[in-house]
Design a protein around this ligand. Structure first.
Ligand code: XMP
Length: 512
């Protein structure tokens, strides 16, 4: 039995980010919904982390947990809502703040030992809260403050209970890693001996168990890193009982289909079928402009294609997908928690209620960079592991408005130019994604002596480590210059190119 950390989910967008931070410290963790936390105490437990959440701790119906969890005899770290919940239940008080605190905030550290060991006396953290702790429970002392939040960090070292009003798990909190390391290794005394290889084998075993002796699986292979890693896991787990299906939905990037076929037929012993389904997807999308409707249609069509393909394999009761955690968290309330829905990702929000296949999603709780590590661990070629992410609904979520054949063609051509120009200069190195968006705006131009009234295309390039947060990237002037003149000269139907300079949050990476 591993030493383990229990992560209690109160509905935060960042719960799984906490889990991955714990994994980064080579400690095993388990995420559970708040109302079931009390069932997960006992063997191997070294500490508990309470996540944030969108509710107010004092509100009726706010996510709750059996307070007995606090008597498990292990250290507890409450983050944001988690800290406020702890205060409410230990005799403190939480009140609405005069004004919320969102974004970067500087805090001053009052106690530089213990949890804050090695953290600067003044440091920048990421806040996202409306309420604040007004009265500390008995035994607690302030550990850090900000100008608007006196209780930015609190602690009761005798019981090893700590609370942070900010989010140490997000990269914007400069010394968040140090704080979590202190909690895990110093407060909880975790040894940190849990490895990536153990993890890969756990996932392989999980799939083998799920499929049993005879189960067969149909795997949606997109050619991206996620489904490729799922392919590698499933192959190790069940060998030729895994049937990979690549769907050409008419929303692929230039040359994608050829690349996927040659890569997979070259590298894998996978049973691969390519389905030409462009017409059926594009026909269903004709006239549709609402982003969520587009996503649902695409998700639905994917499932129909997989169902049809599954009929070719008598035992195929399972559907494999490369769903990652950011897809889940932005589509549904994970673990029955209270997270707000941001977008329905095609492989999550679009699933029908009557799906007669059981889902196999071994990456459902992981982040992209972890999946890349796992891919390397499983022996996938670097060119596949390092590919930029491409969303399941493909170019549709970058084509604002109708996805007509003509508009998808414009976008595909513009996107190929953006990618080529980045890669030619090596400016794609270290960049998470770089692509073109058809914005749906039209504008007046002049070409030769004639007036034009055509589409505007945006260049979107972002830096990110997991897709949950992202910063926009500023390509070199030379790169932008080539992109702009090539698109305007070579792609008939686009007469304007703009640069998207929006971070996530408040934007999302894709436009829809
Ligand atoms: P957003 O636009 O939500 O994107 O900030 C975060 C990351 O997820 C990718 N993405 C998707 N991936 N199915 C996927 O497999 C989807 O429906 C989907 N939507 C967005 C996006 O490319 C980015 O890397």
């Amino acid at each position: 039995m591993h030493q383990r950390i229990l992560i209690v989910d109160f509905g935060s967008q960042y719960t799984q980010l906490i889990a991955r931070r714990v994994r980064e410290h080579h400690v095993f963790s388990e995420v559970v919904p708040a109302h079931r936390a009390h069932q997960h105490l006992g063997q191997g437990l070294r500490g508990i982390i309470l996540s944030g959440g969108p509710a107010s701790a004092y509100a009726d119906g706010a996510p709750d947990m059996d307070p007995a969890v606090l008597q498990a005899g292990v250290p507890v770290l409450g983050i944001c809502y988690g800290m406020q919940w702890m205060c409410e239940h230990l005799g403190g008080a939480v009140v609405p703040g005069d004004s919320g605190e969102f974004g970067f905030t500087e805090i001053e550290v009052d106690h530089s030992d213990g949890l804050f060991n090695g953290v600067s006396a003044q440091t920048v953290v990421w806040m996202s809260h409306g309420d604040r702790v007004e009265k500390l429970p008995d035994g607690f002392a302030r550990l850090a403050r900000s100008s608007t939040c006196p209780e930015a960090a609190i602690g009761d070292p005798a019981r090893n209970f700590y609370g942070l009003q900010f989010h140490p798990e997000v990269a914007h909190t400069r010394e968040g890693v140090t704080l979590l390391r202190n909690f895990l290794h110093w407060v909880c005394e975790c040894a940190g001996d849990w490895k990536a290889g153990d993890f890969a084998q756990e996932l392989v075993r999980g799939v083998a168990d799920q499929l049993g002796e005879e189960g067969e699986l149909v795997l949606g292979l997109s050619g991206g890193v996620d489904s490729s890693v799922v392919g590698a896991i499933c192959q190790q787990a069940v060998g030729r009982r895994c049937h990979a299906i690549f769907v050409d939905n008419g929303l692929l990037r230039a040359e994608e289909r050829d690349l996927v076929e040659s890569t997979f037929r070259g590298h894998f012993e996978l049973d691969l079928t390519v389905v030409d389904a462009a017409d059926r997807f594009l026909d269903r999308l004709a006239g549709v402009t609402d982003p969520e409707t587009k996503r649902k249609i695409i998700g639905h069509e994917f499932i129909e294609v997989f169902r049809e393909q599954a009929k070719h394999y008598s035992g195929a009761r399972f559907l494999g997908q490369g769903t990652l955690y950011p897809d889940v968290i932005e589509s549904v309330a994970a673990h029955g928690g209270a997270t707000a829905v941001i977008k329905s990702h095609h492989n999550v929000g679009g699933l029908p209620d009557d799906l007669e296949m059981e889902l196999v999603e071994p990456l459902r709780m992981l982040f992209k960079d972890e999946v890349r590590e796992l891919g390397r661990e499983l022996g996938l070629p670097e060119e596949m592991v390092a590919r930029q992410p491409f969303p399941g609904p493909g170019l549709a979520v970058r084509c604002v408005g109708e996805c007509s054949r003509e508009r998808i063609r414009l976008l595909r051509e513009a996107d190929a130019i953006v990618r080529t120009e980045f890669e030619l200069r090596g400016e794609h190195q270290g960049v998470w994604q770089y692509f073109a968006v058809l914005t749906g705006a039209r504008s007046v131009g002049v070409m030769g002596d004639s007036r034009t009234y055509e589409e505007a295309c945006a260049v979107r390039a972002v830096q990110s480590s997991d897709g949950m947060t992202a910063d926009w990237v500023y390509p070199s002037r030379d790169c932008l210059q080539s992109i702009s003149s090539r698109i305007i000269n070579e792609v008939r139907g686009i007469n304007r190119v703009v640069l998207d300079i929006t971070s996530k949050p408040p934007g999302t990476i894709e436009w829809e």
